[in-house]
Design a protein around this ligand. Sequence first.
Ligand code: MOS
Length: 699
Amino acid sequence: MSQAPSPLGTPVVRREGRDKVTGTARYAAEHTPPGCLYGRPVPATIARGRVDAVHADEVLALPGVHAVLTHHNAPRLKEPDDPILAVLQNGRVPHRGWPVALVVADTPEGARAGAEALRITYETDGHDVLLTEDHPGLYTPEIVNGGYPAVRERGDTDRAFVTAPVQVDATYSVGALHNHPMEPHATTARWDDDGHLTVHDSSQGSTTVRDSLATAFGLRPQQITAVSEHVGGGFGSKGTPRPQTVLAAMAARHTGRPVKIALPRRQLAAVVGHRAPTIQHIRLGAELDGTLTAIDHEIITHTSTIKEFVEQAAVPTRIMYGSTTSRTAHQVVALDVPSPSWMRAPGEAPGMYALESAMDELASALGMDPVELRIRNDPGIEPDSGRAFSSRGLAACLEKGAARFGWYDRDPRPASREEGPLLLGTGVAAATYPVYIAASSASAHAAADGSYRIRVNATDIGTGARTVLAQIAADVLATPVDNVRIDIGSSELPDAPLAGGSSGTASWGWSVHKACTLLLRQLRERTGPVPADGLTVTADTQQETAGQSPYARHAFGAHFAEVAVHSRTGEVRLRRMLGVFAAGRILNSRTARSQFIGGMTMGIGMALTESSTMDPVFGDYTENDLASYHVPACADVQEIEAHWIDEEDPHLNPMGSKGIGEIGIVGAAAAVGNAVRHATGIRLRSLPLTPDTLLPYLL
Ligand code: MOS
């Protein structure tokens, strides 16, 4: 039997590409069951207090309005697994934008008109929404996002710092950021007569949605079907269900009709999570040859009053560079703000902005090349845990990137390159992201006609999940990729974890790999043809993924950026950007490149254009549409390249892959900021680097 060449690593085209560009791929809001009504949430207009009265009668009198749900008449929930889902259960307003009512009508327009007409009076308490370095409410939590300890200390960092011959002591800040996927959060819910609930939900994982709804509504998971067939991005904001999922199910139960809720863009900022702002104090101490002796990274951040979410921004510092002493700590304060949550590389994205900016400052202080400084401090073992790395490609990424980018052509002196009114400069920064994996199950079916069918409740949030899973199956089964059908995106399929933590392909893929391996064994052991109804094998990876690896497992990368800063306007234009990543085996070169470039592009936004400003009077973020929250457009991203090094790592999963969805954003903003510093000599320590922040130093 001739073996087909492995499809792993090849640029297989996205399976749903045609469906998407022709409009036949249907998203959560494009499912309209017969008799469907439309819901429109009513956001609280105060930042803290209680609902006093809701004048629902006036709105119920409007044509086409079917119901006004409030905390007086909405279905009672059991305690949800996430407090942000406990909507319309009491009159408390924990932050501005919290849903205090839902208007349900025949049409989206009717629901909107009703929501806008609804008069609500409140009892208002004073609110506190501003994060400050010396806020009296700051405390040290036990753990931070990801389950990491809030504080780690090794050696006497203070002493090592004060005695170090070269020191950097600087405070960086990253304001709040919002995910803003192209597809706003949406849910269509319906209850069948037998009490079965079906939701089409815009989600990163419908097994999670099903289980979360089961808890909230006191149902068995088998009484719920959650479908997330096509999802227009999430970046963490759809990692778990958001309030519209519960509101749609409540409204459908209340009215006895299917109900659809598509959140308007302007409501997203308050209810789907955000990257919490961080104030980061870093102290680095080094010997004259660049060897680090002290690393101190302290985070101050906020959470809401209903949920403790602590952006783990100091955690990457525990693994990046060797140092005889190290201290990493987080403090948080609960404010009257929307609940922060996951946003692409939570922790690593803001934390590595600060650390990699500080490393650039240290290189300047030492008079040393910043690539060389990083390589000099590349540790042999994970500094914090003492564990061996399963693989660590940082130095290789820096070297390959420097060569491809032409890094060493630069004159290291700041403000040394001009082109008319433009100041030109280059910058470098490192990237890292941990390897996460979760248990998954999948089934593999061999049909009598020789084709295969894989079933697994994976989610494609725009990444190419279907395609890469087909490649993994085809590789094991030694069959063409087109001979494998992939069913994903429904909780009726074998349970699988969400598309989050850059763990999807590894987690789902391992169960697909296992099911296909077992199926192949059965096929080989059989004598005679496959029976008419085929053969099916189901497998899960509970055992394989239980426990902790003895290895420290992380992906690494390096970013190189070239900027032109206009000396009269302060405008920063990114001329080119190049990233090199070490992420195990790359399973699909086309979709991987897209993910790396997508992450880098989000990092460009973080560096130059994206920010959310807290209005202390209203207690809310002012940028709540894409006209004011500036994500990079094509013109902002001129020349961008992603490359990788081939990394063979036997300690990951049968495919040998690390996650790639998040690492692209990590360090990208620091590379741009370091390039701006090189171009101008100006070191700004907060993002984004908008013209108004640079101009005072240029004039
Ligand atoms: Mo990602 S922020 O883990 O969805």
